[in-house]
Design a protein around this ligand. Structure first.
Ligand code: SF4
Length: 237
C-alpha cells in the first residue's frame, strides 16, 4: 500500500517525536565535543522546534495546544535522559546521520546510520531508539538492524567492532561484532528481498497480520488487518 499503491502514510506521534529527538541528537553530536552541553541541546531543540511545528507530519497529528506542550516535554525528557545515559563530550564521532546506499550480497540496501563512533575496540555503530525497549525475546530481532548496518559499512571498507541499540528510555543494548549474527541478518534480508521480488512478479502481496494492525494507517483498507485488530482489541470505532 505504501510503496506499490503509494497511498498516504500519515506519521503517528511516536514517529514524529522520534524524528524530532533524532535531529536534536544529530545536531548535538555534530558540535565540537566540548560544546555538547545540556544548554547547547536546549538551544538546538528551540531552533528545531520552530521547523518541526510547521512540518506537515507534525501538523498532520492535529494536536491541541495542551497535547503540543506534552509532545515538547516528552521530547525534552528523552534528550535529558540521553545525557544521563551518555556523556556526549566523550563520544568520538566518526559520522552522524550517515546515509548508506550499497549492495549487500547483491541486494540493494539503503539506511541512515545514526552514529558511528571510535571506541577502544575499533568502530561502534549506534542506533538511537526513542520507543520502549523490547522484551528479551525480541532483542535479537531488533539487533538485526544494526547487524545489517555493520554489513553495509563493511561494503564501504569500514569494519565495525561493536553495535549498540541506544534506548533512550532504558539504556543501551550492546553487542560485540558477531559474524554469525551478521550472516543471519544478511540471509534474512536476502530472503525478504527474494520474497518481495516474487510478490511483485506475481502481483500478489499476502497480508501479515499482527499486534500492530490496530495502529496501521491502512487498516480500514485491509479486512484481514481489521479483523485481527478487532480480535485483539475489540470492536473498532
Ligand atoms: S492492517 Fe495489518 S495486515 Fe493489513 S496492511 Fe496493515 S499491518 Fe498489514
Amino acid at each position: 500500500m505504501r510503496y506499490i499503491d503509494k497511498l498516504p502514510d500519515p506519521k503517528g506521534e511516536a514517529a514524529v517525536l522520534g524524528t524530532f529527538v533524532h535531529r536534536i541528537l544529530e545536531d548535538l553530536l555534530s558540535l565540537d565535543a566540548s560544546d555538547r552541553s545540556v544548554d547547547a541541546a536546549r538551544a538546538l531543540a528551540r531552533t528545531l522546534w520552530d521547523e518541526t511545528r510547521d512540518d506537515d507530519d507534525f501538523l498532520g497529528l492535529g494536536l491541541s495546544l495542551e497535547d503540543t506542550t506534552s509532545f515538547m516535554w516528552k521530547a525534552w525528557r528523552l534528550v535529558e535522559r540521553y545525557f544521563s545515559l551518555e556523556d556526549p563530550t566523550a563520544v568520538d564521532v566518526v559520522r552522524a546521520e550517515q546515509e548508506l546506499s550499497v549492495e549487500i550480497s547483491g541486494v540493494p540496501f539503503f539506511g541512515i546510520v545514526d552514529l558511528t563512533e571510535r571506541v577502544p575496540s575499533g568502530l561502534r555503530v549506534v542506533d538511537y531508539k526513542t520507543g520502549k525497549s523490547p522484551a528479551a525475546r525480541y532483542v535479537d530481532d531488533k539487533l538485526s538492524q544494526v547487524w545489517l548496518y555493520a554489513a553495509a559499512l563493511a561494503e564501504t571498507h569500514h569494519e565495525v567492532s561493536e553495535v549498540r541499540l541506544m534506548y533512550l528510555t532504558s539504556g543501551p543494548i550492546d553487542r560485540p561484532i558477531d559474524a554469525e549474527a551478521v550472516g543471519e541478518a544478511v540471509d534474512q534480508y536476502r530472503l525478504t528481498w527474494d520474497l518481495l521480488c516474487q510478490s511483485i512478479d506475481a502481483e500478489h502481496f499476502p497480508h501479515k497480520t499482527g499486534p500492530l494492525c490496530n495502529w496501521c494507517p491502512y487498516v480500514d483498507l485491509c479486512p484481514e488487518g481489521a479483523a485481527e485488530a478487532e480480535r485483539r482489541y475489540g470492536p473498532r470505532s
